[in-house]
Every structure is written in C-alpha cells, then in structure tokens.
Design a protein around this ligand. Structure first.
Ligand code: NAD
Length: 421
C-alpha cells in the first residue's frame, strides 16, 4: 500500500458506536456531514410514490459496510443492504484473509447487453436469416438512432446475430442485438432499440414478430475476480483440503450448487440494493449462467497453488449501472456509490465479483470447518432475543446466554428474559 492511501482495514470497527462508524466511513469517502445526513433520513414519500405504484410508505432494511476489501490494488469500502445476520461480517472476514496475498484481482468484459427479437411463421428461414445479416448495418443504424447519448459515449448497438430455434410452434428466428450500454444497466436502452427494430425485422423476414425484450442472460458482460486465501490463516493443509472437498459437491450437484450460489448472491444482492441496481436482473443472469453447459453448477472455482494456498475464482454476468434506473434517483444509493468511489459500471462490477467470491469463500470455509451454525447462530441469537421481547441491554444478555447454552431457541430466550425482569 502507498503511504497515504486510505485503508479499508479498520480494526474493532464492529465494536465502535454507530456514530463513530459513520464518521470513519464519511472521512474515508470524503463526504460532508450534510452529504452523510441522507443516511439518517427516511426517503421522501413523494419520491417513493413516483418510483412504484400504490405506495403506502417505505420499508427499511439494515445498511452496513464490508471492510478489508482490496480490489486491484485499491482499498474499497463496500456498502451492503441486507436483512440476514452474519453476511457483512463473513464478507469482511474473507476479505481480510484475501488481503494477506494482495486482495482481489478482477477483470471485466465490455458492457454488452443482448436484446432479443422473436420472429415466428417465417416462410423461408434460411433466406430470412441471410437477409438480416445482409442488412445488419441498416439495422444497427436504426437502433443507434434511438439513443444518441449512448452512441456519443462510445456505446450503442454493435452487432446483430441470428439464431434459428425449433419449438412446438415450428422453427423461429431469434435475432440478437448486441448493445454496448457503457455505464448503464441498459434494459431501457436495449428495449427501446429492439422495439424500434421490430417492424423492420418483420418486413425483412416476412414473418411475425412477437417478443422484443432484453435478455437477462448477460453472458457478453462478464466479470471475474480471483484471490489467494492463505493456507496458514485457514488453519493449514487439512483445512484447505476440507474446503476443496466441500466445494466439490457444488460442482457436481445442483442441490448443493443452488445453496452455494445463494451464498454468493447474499453479498452481491446486498451491494446491488445499496447501489440502486436491479438485483432480480443480476440474480436471473447469474443462475442462468451457472447452467450454461447444460447442468446447473457453481459460479466459483477453487484449487490449490504450489504453496498449498487456496485460489478462488468467480465468473458471472454482472449487468449493473451507475447511471439510470433507480440508482440515479435514490438518495442513499447515490451516496453508497460515492462511498465506493466508483467512476464506472466496470468499477462496480469488479467490486461485485470480489464481494461474491469473498461471500462464497466465507460460507464454504465455515461449512467445511466449524459448520455454519456456530458463526451464524451467535448473531442470529440477537434476533431471537429481540423476537422474545428483549430490549436494549437485555438483547445482548439473552443472546449471550443462548449462545453459551448452545440453544438458540425462542422458547428458551423467553425463559431467560423472564429471569432478567
Ligand atoms: P435508463 O434508461 O434510466 O438510463 C440509461 C440511459 O442513460 C442510456 O440509455 C443513455 O441514454 C443515458 N446515459 C447517460 N450517461 C450514460 C453513461 N455514462 N452510460 C450509459 N448511458 C448513459 O436505464 P437503463 O440502464 O437503460 O435501464 C435500467 C432499468 O431498467 C432498471 O431500473 C431496470 O429495473 C429496468 N428494467 C429491467 C428489465 C430487465 O431486467 N429484464 C426490463 C425492463 C426494465
């Protein structure tokens, strides 16, 4: 690390009062008190009313910060909005182990999204396909007329591909429009383009256009992250081998892979929500990508290096934006992006991939050693204590007793609470 570089490693952060934590993050991100006040305020109800329909109010979810992340030689604080206990702590712990060997190294492809146009009842499929390719430049030009801003930024429609698919309704053409969406998630941009192209494609193919919509399987917009997890920090060779044995099940069994990938999305969804991104879109893309070879499998890969350290790698589609969508109007999402110091959708994708890998490492590591319940349930004990009616200092007392007894149950929490009254 450079001498004056800010660090995301903040020992004892979790023990600090909330105000102190806020002030550290504020300083890290060079935010003013006024900027930071947004986090203490509720969203304006009129804004909420403009965002969705039939609004009654807003709904709060805890917002925390993941520490220790070093991504491509730069320290990053990652905002996470999540209701599940231990997710933020697990990510921070994994990032701490990863930083021993330099943190996360990432890559991202160009931000290419795919728009689909489905054409049925085509009299001559092969001829229609040839015609589409022949007229590709015209189609791209019409698509690009729909979004001059994107084109001026170096993005826009870049290519057209044709697929012929068989179906119970007969063979059909599915045209793919490949659009470079720059720093946007791109759904609106792509949907506008394919809708504009639909009548022309119908004319070219002499068929009937039905669907014209973005694909969430954003497999041209891939982010990867790798990290080395230190063998000794993990507890030695046996722990690394136990990890690899546990991980292997996710590579061969969809029942395990679903849970394994859910653990990845625990982290990824949390930062997507914090930055106002469409988490359903990224979820859909991730799971479809996990099944790209015909069997649903792990989005991560692990192996040992020559020194016996664990190497982890994640690869997944990350369709996210830093402009457009809800992220441009939600005041807290705007501030979360400033905390991360991201300047592009690329930057955000790199953090998302790193967080997904960290979250996955943490879960498999816990599972392959002490089991998930030990770490998870001690935090969960606080929720159980609150469910039992514990308030203020009672919460920690009841939770501590539940953990001590190894019985994290609501009935027991109620009994313990009675003894404190
Ligand atoms: P958008 O239309 O709000 O903003 C993108 C536009 O901003 C671009 O088209 C461009 O004209 C402009 N722009 C300005 N600066 C830019 C820059 N640096 N890089 C790129 N564009 C720039 O948003 P969007 O990203 O097209 O759409 C995202 C929204 O679409 C999300 O809210 C999502 O929930 C929603 N959506 C998703 C789906 C789906 O996932 N299947 C379908 C429909 C809508």
């Amino acid at each position: 690390m450079e001498k004056n570089e800010k660090t995301s490693q903040i020992p004892g952060f979790y023990k600090l009062p909330i105000e102190k934590r806020r002030s550290i993050v504020k300083d890290f991100a060079n935010l003013s008190d006024q900027d930071f006040n947004v986090f203490s305020e509720q969203m304006n109800i009129d804004l909420a009313d403009r965002m969705i329909e039939n609004v009654l109010g807003t709904f709060e979810i805890p917002f925390g910060i993941a520490l220790n992340f070093r991504i491509d030689n730069k320290d990053v604080l990652i905002p996470m909005v999540v209701e599940e206990s231990s997710v933020v702590a697990a990510a921070s712990n994994a990032a701490k182990i990863a930083r021993i060997h330099g943190g996360f190294k990432t890559s991202v492809s160009d931000p290419i999204m795919i728009g689909q146009i489905q054409v049925l009842d085509i009299p001559d499929l092969v001829h229609a396909a040839e015609e589409i390719i022949e007229l590709k430049q015209n189609l791209l030009q019409i698509a690009n007329e729909q979004d001059k801003i994107l084109v001026n930024l170096g993005g826009g429609a870049k290519d057209v591909e044709v697929r012929i698919l068989n179906s119970p309704l007969g063979a059909m053409i599915v045209l793919h429009l490949l659009v470079d969406v720059r720093d946007a998630m791109g759904a609106n941009a792509v949907n506008t383009m394919v809708e504009a192209l639909a009548p022309i494609v119908q004319e070219i193919t002499k068929g009937k256009v039905r669907l014209k919509i973005l694909s969430n399987l954003a497999d041209r917009r891939i982010a990867t992250a790798t990290a080395i997890f230190d063998r000794e920090k993990m507890g030695g060779e046996e722990a690394v081998d136990a990890f690899l044995e546990s991980y292997t099940l996710a590579t061969i069994d969809p029942y395990r892979a679903a849970t394994h990938n859910k653990g990845i999305m625990n982290g990824i969804d949390a930062v997507l929500i914090a930055t106002g991104n469409d988490f359903r879109a990224v979820e859909a893309g991730a799971h479809a990508y996990a099944a790209r070879n015909g069997q649903y499998t792990s989005l991560t890969r692990y192996w040992k290096d020559g020194s016996g350290n664990l190497i982890g790698e994640i690869e997944l589609p990350v369709a996210v934006g830093i402009v457009g969508g809800a992220g441009s109007i939600h005041p807290k999402a705007i501030l979360c992006k400033r905390i991360m110091g991201i300047k592009s959708a690329d930057d955000l994708s790199r953090s998302i991939a790193s967080l997904g890998l960290a979250q996955n490492f943490a879960a498999v590591f816990a599972l392959s050693t002490v089991g998930i319940q030990k770490g998870h349930m001690s935090l969960h004990a606080k929720n159980i204590a609150m469910m039992a009616g514990a308030k203020d200092t009672e919460i920690d007392k009841v939770a501590a007793q539940l953990v001590k007894e190894g019985k994290i149950r609501l009935d027991r929490a109620k009994e313990i609470l009675k003894t404190l009254k």
